[in-house]
Design a protein around this ligand. Structure first.
Ligand code: NAP
Length: 277
C-alpha cells in the first residue's frame, strides 16, 4: 500500500509572493516529515469549487490568503472562535469529512509580541493604526489580552467605527487628525496600515510623545525595519517587526496538518530574512 503523506497548501490569487511554502518547507525538513506544502493560485470565481473538492482530493488542509479569507469564512462548515470574531479564515483543516476554518493571525500577533516585548500585556491603552483585515485580527488579540482601551485610528474614519461597532466595549474608532493627542496615553502602538511597506508611501507620524516604556509594533515585514520602527528604536522604545507574526501564525496550522507543533527559532527567522533580502 502507498505510504500516506499529508499534504497541505496555501491558496491565494496571486500566490507567488507568499513565504508560507518556505516556512512550512523548513519545518517539514527540520522535523523529517514526509509531507508537502504547496502554493495554489485560484481565481476568486473558482474558489468555492476548490473548497468543495478539498476532502475528496485528500488534502489535510491549508492556508488561505488574499483575496479568499472572507469566502473561506463563508464556506467553512465549522469555524473556530477567533475566525468568528475576526470574520475571516486563514487556516483550514479537515475533521472527518468536515472542513473547519480557523484564524491564527491574532495568535501570531500576540505570540510574536510575547516573544519580543513581554511587557506589552500590561499596557492600559493600545492604538491600532488601520482598519483593514489585519486590524481586525490585531484588535481581537488585544481584546483577548484584556487591554483596557483599544483606539482604532484610520484614514477612512467610517471603517474604524465599523471595527469598533463589531468588537464593541473597550474598542473605539478615532480620527487620524486626533492621533497626536492620543499618543501620550498609548502603552502600545501597532501599525496595521500598508504605509511603510515596500512600494507604498511612508507612514509619516511623529511618535515622540509616546510614553517611555511604550511598545511599537509594525506588522509589515518588507522591509523588516520600517521608518516607524527605526523612529521607535531611536527613542529607546521596544520595536517589534511583522515577520514574527507571520512565523507564529503558521504554527497552529502546521500542527493540525502534520501532527507536530513546530518551533519559531532564530534559525527559521534567519532563513526567511535571507529570502526577504
Ligand atoms: P487592507 O485590508 O487593504 O487595509 C489597508 C489599511 O491601510 C486600511 O486601514 C487603509 O486605510 C490603510 N491605508 C492604505 N493606504 C493608505 C494611505 N495612503 N494612507 C492612509 N492609510 C492607508 O490590508 P490588510 O490585509 O489589513 O493588510 C495591511 C498590512 O498588514 C499589509 O502591509 C500586510 O502585508 C500586512 N500584514 C502582515 C501580516 C503579518 O503576518 N505580519 C498579516 C496580515 C497583514 P483606508 O481604510 O482608509 O483605506
Amino acid at each position: 500500500m502507498a505510504e500516506h503523506k499529508p499534504r497541505a497548501f496555501v491558496c491565494g490569487h496571486p500566490i507567488g509572493h507568499s513565504r508560507s511554502p518556505l516556512i512550512h518547507g523548513y519545518w517539514l525538513n527540520e522535523l523529517g516529515i514526509a509531507g508537502s506544502y504547496e502554493p495554489i493560485d485560484i481565481a476568486p470565481d473558482d474558489f468555492a469549487g476548490f473548497m468543495g473538492g478539498l476532502v475528496g482530493a485528500g488534502w489535510a488542509g491549508g492556508n488561505i490568503t488574499i483575496p479568499h479569507k472572507e469566502q473561506a469564512f463563508a464556506l467553512a462548515a465549522k469555524r473556530d472562535a477567533a475566525a468568528e470574531h475576526i470574520g475571516a479564515v486563514n487556516t483550514l483543516w479537515v475533521e472527518g469529512r468536515t472542513i473547519v476554518g480557523g484564524n491564527t493571525d491574532a495568535f501570531g500577533f500576540a505570540a510574536n509580541l510575547d516573544a519580543r516585548a513581554g511587557g506589552w500585556r500590561s499596557a492600559e491603552t493600545a492604538i491600532v493604526l488601520g482598519a483593514g483585515g489585519a486590524a481586525r485580527a490585531v484588535v481581537h488579540a488585544l481584546r483577548e489580552a484584556g487591554l483596557n482601551e483599544v483606539l482604532v485610528v484610520n484614514r477612512s474614519a467610517g471603517r474604524a467605527d465599523d471595527i469598533a461597532a463589531h468588537f464593541g466595549g473597550k474598542v473605539s474608532g478615532r480620527n487620524w487628525s486626533d492621533l497626536d493627542s492620543l499618543l501620550p496615553r498609548a502603552g502600545l502602538l501597532v501599525n496595521t496600515t500598508s504605509l511603510g511597506m515596500k512600494g507604498q508611501p511612508d507612514l509619516e507620524i511623529d511618535i515622540s510623545s509616546l510614553p517611555d516604556g511604550a511598545v511599537v509594533s509594525d506588522i509589515i515585514y518588507a522591509p523588516l525595519e520600517t521608518p516607524l520602527l527605526a523612529q521607535a528604536r531611536a527613542r529607546g522604545l521596544a520595536a517589534v517587526d511583522g515577520l514574527g507574526m507571520l512565523l507564529h501564525q503558521a504554527v497552529p496550522g502546521f500542527e493540525r496538518w502534520f501532527g507536530i507543533r513546530p518551533v519559531v527559532s532564530d534559525a527559521l527567522r534567519a532563513y526567511i530574512v535571507a529570502d526577504l533580502e
